[in-house]
Design a protein around this ligand. Sequence first.
Ligand SMILES: Nc1nc2c(c(=O)[nH]1)N[C@H]1C(S)=C(S)[C@@H](COP(=O)(O)OP(=O)(O)OC[C@H]3O[C@@H](n4cnc5c(=O)[nH]c(N)nc54)[C@H](O)[C@@H]3O)O[C@H]1N2
Ligand SMILES: Nc1nc2c(c(=O)[nH]1)N[C@H]1C(S)=C(S)[C@@H](COP(=O)(O)OP(=O)(O)OC[C@H]3O[C@@H](n4cnc5c(=O)[nH]c(N)nc54)[C@H](O)[C@@H]3O)O[C@H]1N2
Ligand code: SF4
Ligand SMILES: [Mo]
Length: 719
Amino acid sequence: MDTKKNNSIDRREFIELSAKGGIGLASLALLSGCETGKTPKTVHGACYHDCPDRCSWHVTTVDNEVTAFKANEDPYTAGKLCDKMTDFPNDVTFHPDRILTPLKRSGAKGSGEFIKISWKQAISEVADRLKNIIDEKGGEAVLPYSFGGNQGLVQRGAVANRFFVHIGASQLERTICGDAAVAGILAANGQTTGVLPEDIIHSRYIVLWGTNPVLSNQHLWPLIQQAKSNGAKIISVDPFQSATSEESDWHIQPRPGTDTALALGLMHVILNENIQDQDYINNYTVGIEQLKAHVQQYDPVRVAQITGLDEETIISFAKEYAQSTPSVIRVLIGLEHQVNGASAFRAIAMLPALTGAWRHFGGGLMHMTYELFGEALNWESINLPPELANPTTRSINMIELGKALNSSELNPGIQALIVFNSNPAATTPNQNLVIKGLEREDLLTVVSEHFLTDTTRYADYIFPATSVLENWDVFSSWGTPYININEPAIEPLGESKPNSELFRLLAKEMGFKEDYLYEADMDIVKKTLDSQHAYMEGISFESLRKHGGQKLNIPSRWMPHAEGNFKTSSGKCHFYDPDLEQPLPAYVPFQYSEEEMKKYPLHLLSIKTPKNFLNSSHANVDHILKKEGKFYLEIHPKDADLRHIADGDELKVYNQRGRVLITARISNKVRQGVVCMPQGFWPSLLKGGSSANALTSHLLTDMGRGGAIQETKVEVEKV
Ligand SMILES: Nc1nc2c(c(=O)[nH]1)N[C@H]1C(S)=C(S)[C@@H](COP(=O)(O)OP(=O)(O)OC[C@H]3O[C@@H](n4cnc5c(=O)[nH]c(N)nc54)[C@H](O)[C@@H]3O)O[C@H]1N2
Ligand SMILES: Nc1nc2c(c(=O)[nH]1)N[C@H]1C(S)=C(S)[C@@H](COP(=O)(O)OP(=O)(O)OC[C@H]3O[C@@H](n4cnc5c(=O)[nH]c(N)nc54)[C@H](O)[C@@H]3O)O[C@H]1N2
Ligand code: SF4
Ligand SMILES: [Mo]
């Protein structure tokens, strides 16, 4: 990147300029080994994204140039990457906007003005400032901020975590995705790994509850289609008419955040109609009496009032679900971002035990798979070494980043923020508060990135990160039972370095001697795979390197709870747990003041409707932005009428935290009282400079300390 040319360049101009120069790999891809006379090399790798699919691929190169980038043929990836990733080498690795040298801020924070500097200078200056901060204020004045930008076990943070604990930094509670869901499911079942994705083809009643696989889990969708052609009925439970709802046989559209009441209402009907599996309940559950008494208050009349559904819908759904075999409920993440989110997962997780769905192959609850890897791999290589285990420094929740950066109560206050694998200025709730914090002149902000994101614009120093084509890694998965290693296909472009190397260099410059700070990536990869666990039989560094991703060696009929075996303290599914703050899941709505309800009467969903972004990743690439189209607010015709809004009108969506400019799309995809906008767009690329998270709050969920991102009220006006 030509930083001189880029000095104080406007973001829109920056993207347009880059697009003009965007020949990238398309021309390189035409080269082949034969034409150049050089020997092609092919290596295996895996998608680094925070996506449940974790596709496997292989990359062919000649002379550090990529000549082919293709999906593997394993049964899950099935020879196809999603549209987001088919042109990945061009869209990220070789993209002309990619940051390829360290940069130092030369203008005001947020201006995007930087000058190129050497790694030596950047590391030396950052190390000096960190040392001073630690000496003066203590290690806790330093806060790491990272999330799922790179899911490789090494680049996600194996080395970084050691560095931060070593310097006594504040710990980050990384709870923006999955923790509330997991907390809810563990409260009932003690384990999240239920039905495995490939086994969904055996299901005959598939409930997609608050998840949108057509977009967000694209390799699961063909398997759901296969089940459908085998006779399965597909039900989507979603307050938004998602791409998945459109493709389903039945779309049940409750009000946002009311799923706990709906699940308890289904239990009411099932128990009162006596269509539960009493034998399964007697043998493998605890607390049925308490549950039965508790759900009496969730009768269809009351649940209809809460959810906005018809009584008949609730009754039919309960009966169909309980009387279809095998039935599976697929949950993932979307549903957790509600103030009642964990309780919703907890209540839903009880349904398959109530109906005995777990007895049947393809029946039960389908959630995550990471627990399989928890058993299979040697985590000693990734987890903190014994010298650092159990850090006692304070924790800061990532959802509350804005609050932490602006706090006058934290002692010490945050003086240094080190960001990698994340774009908090776009993806973290309460965006304006986050940005206000990032604007602080006295805050040292260091960001490792591929692109000049909204977050990097506030950085004092930017370090160029390698892309997944340029570094070693090992990948577990949270949505499949497949494991991968990632071999670098090319040498790092420009001066880019892996995240791990950034932290090794900082450690060295700060004068630390401990060996654990300097472990090489390849050694961590090999050690992680050094496991005698039965799931790893037939899987090794060499086999993965040769063949690409492999399925863990798990039993071919995976039925974890056919005979109970829940991982709770009693070994049974807990309908009732007196040790929890809420012994039974309950619907507890967020209490708004009357004034707030009057000022901001519409419930905002800001969800992953963009098919071509992965959160905010790829949302800077011109042809992808064009494919994604306008930034639309879906609004119900009656809500539009009330505000004299016509289709295509330019709108202002606002509340006490911010305002977003957006185009109206009047549709029945939302119920009256609900509006929906996409997440992922970069604030600085939007008219008005704010994206969805300018409206969301840093409210936490009921359990798991996740983000109640979808508990947001707004008003809408024509501009
Ligand atoms: N194309 C694309 N794919 C992605 C991503 C992306 O950004 N783009 N992101 C990846 C990531 S990080 C994740 S975590 C996964 C998430 O994948 P999903 O779990 O599918 O999550 P979302 O798409 O956030 O939400 C799914 C659905 O939940 C609905 N929902 C919201 N609130 C409620 C509620 O109160 N009740 C009910 N019943 N439904 C509700 C939303 O309307 C939405 O249609 O997707 C991954 N895949
Ligand atoms: N309103 C609203 N907000 C949401 C959500 C929502 O549904 N609605 N969803 C939430 C969810 S589920 C999630 S998971 C979060 C995701 O939020 P983030 O974790 O911030 O995810 P991304 O936006 O994908 O940003 C990842 C960044 O990491 C960078 N990156 C990729 N690989 C590397 C690498 O190897 N090294 C370095 N240094 N950088 C790398 C990418 O360029 C990208 O800019 O967003 C959350 N925010
Ligand atoms: S984003 Fe998901 S679906 Fe797309 S290639 Fe990566 S893992 Fe596969
Ligand atoms: Mo996520």
